[in-house]
Design a protein around this ligand. Structure first.
Ligand SMILES: Cc1cc2nc3c(=O)[nH]c(=O)nc-3n(C[C@H](O)[C@H](O)[C@H](O)COP(=O)(O)OP(=O)(O)OC[C@H]3O[C@@H](n4cnc5c(N)ncnc54)[C@H](O)[C@@H]3O)c2cc1C
Length: 427
């Protein structure tokens, strides 16, 4: 039988947890507990669906400005032509069908003391527990000359939206002459999806190999090492020969300035690279609403209790997904999905006055290097005395070597991962 969860419990009054556990579910009019979720992406949609599935007595409202969600995962495959925009676009209708109230609006301000959120459209929503999963903000101006206007000429394609940015990048590749140079500016850690830029390089290379084989890729990096580096570089050599040049920070790879009109990427020591297409992925922070609400510290990310993802800065708010600091876990869709579920379970446990479940976080990041060439990194994490730790010998990366069947299977597993996680979010 479903457990009743009342606003009385939320306020921590009377009714021993035992009494509540024995009571039947209460109707909304009697004061059903309210879970408010901000952001309908990997963390937020997962939280809303999980809450409705496992705690049907809780009233769940999801606030998300987008009416259709185009995922960043698998977006890179639009560049190679392995997928179309329809394959990565999702609707909120099935979440509505599960009883989630979906409000297409933007959260403007959180009043943690009053437990209310004001929306841009004027409505004010009350909550007992708030799950915040608004993702990242791009730090405009962190690379000199890179602002919103510059992104129309040098797309980032690094946040979900209507798919406009990734489609712009694809159109620029199509318009580029054979023999052109595609330049990348890749940010320092921490940033969303550590293997993402290198999968994107691979997918651009796949497109160029087929359509513009005399072209080159110049990948300018603000780091000296990257996720699955050996595996990516093996794949690049095997599939794309000498097409890709990767320049680490120590060899003047850090882009500090751009000139969008001239399509120039300028590095730390003043080298000006003129390219034909530029993908600039700027440094990042937690999304605006997290910064504006005082939930982030000077690092630009929200600090959270690693066992519950409860904010360290305000009561009754959990910050999940990329906006929170879950290090050493990566900022990935899979971790957003895991942490969202743990946050919901912990929030509801707190409302009931019982301890949160013990977490075990799980991540697999697949990357496509070619159409039938997949690689992965796996990590399982638990909470140790000083924060999150990777369980020893729990994960690792795909084996290196000439393993075509392994690569083919991992590309298929990646497809299954995408299908199952998007079902877990929106299904
Ligand atoms: C190219 C690329 C490839 C990737 N590939 C993978 C992969 O293969 N596997 C993987 O695990 N991860 C991958 N990722 C990472 C993954 O996309 C992110 O880690 C994940 O989206 C984080 O989830 P989130 O909920 O924090 O943010 P998001 O999924 O970005 O969702 C945030 C949502 O909040 C909304 N929002 C923002 N502000 C407000 C507000 N004020 N009010 C209401 N709503 C708001 C936004 O509109 C957005 O819909 C990839 C990322 C990129 C860029």
């Amino acid at each position: 039988m479903a457990t009743a969860l009342t606003r009385r419990a939320a306020l921590g009054t009377a009714a021993s947890a035992l009494g509540l556990l024995a009571a039947p579910a209460l109707s909304r009019a009697q004061g059903t507990a309210r879970l408010l979720v901000i952001g309908g992406g990997f963390g937020g949609a997962s939280a809303a669906r999980f809450a409705r599935l496992h705690h049907p007595e809780v009233e769940v409202t999801l606030v998300e400005p987008l009416t259709r969600f185009v995922t960043c995962p698998y977006g890179n495959l639009l560049l190679s032509g392995f997928r179309g925009i329809g394959d990565i676009t999702h609707s909120y209708d099935r979440l509505r069908g599960r009883g989630v109230r979906v409000v297409h609006d933007r959260a403007e301000a959180i009043d943690a003391a009053a437990r209310t959120v004001r929306l841009a459209g004027g409505e004010t929503l009350r909550y007992d527990k708030l799950i915040l999963s608004p993702g990242i903000a791009l730090r405009w101006g962190a690379i000199e000359g890179y602002d919103e206007a510059a992104a129309e000429r040098m797309p980032h394609a690094w946040v979900p939206g209507d798919g406009g940015q990734i489609q712009l990048l694809r159109r620029q590749l199509e318009a580029m002459p054979d023999g052109g140079v595609v330049g990348f500016a890749i940010p320092p850690n921490p940033f969303r999806c550590p293997p993402g830029p290198y999968e994107r390089i691979s997918m651009v290379a796949a497109y160029l190999k087929r359509h513009k084989p005399r072209s080159k890729i110049l990948a300018l990096d603000a780091k000296d090492a990257f996720s699955k580096q050996g595996l990516f570089q093996d794949g690049w050599r095997a599939l794309y020969g000498g097409m890709i040049e990767w320049v680490p920070a120590s060899q003047d790879g850090r882009v500090v300035r751009v000139d969008p009109a001239e399509r120039v990427l300028e590095t730390e020591f003043g080298t000006r690279h003129r390219v034909d297409v530029a993908n600039v992925i700027p440094p990042q922070s937690a999304a605006r609403i997290v910064l504006d609400s005082g939930l982030a510290d000077t690092s630009g990310w929200a600090q959270v209790d690693p066992a519950t993802f409860a904010s360290r800065a305000a009561a009754d708010i959990h910050v999940v997904g990329d906006a929170g600091n879950g290090a050493p876990m990566p900022k990935s869709g899979y971790i957003a999905n895991n942490t969202a579920k743990q946050a919901v379970a912990s929030a509801i446990a707190a409302l009931r006055g019982v301890p949160p479940p013990e977490p075990l976080y799980f991540n697999t990041c697949y990357s496509h290097v070619g159409e039938e060439y997949g690689i992965s990194i796996v990590g399982i994490y638990r909470v140790g005395p000083n924060g999150i730790v990777e369980v020893p010998n729990s994960g690792g990366v795909s084996p290196r070597g000439d393993l075509p069947e392994q690569r083919r299977l991992e590309a298929l597993h990646a497809d299954s991962w995408y299908a199952s996680i998007t079902e877990d979010m929106f299904g």
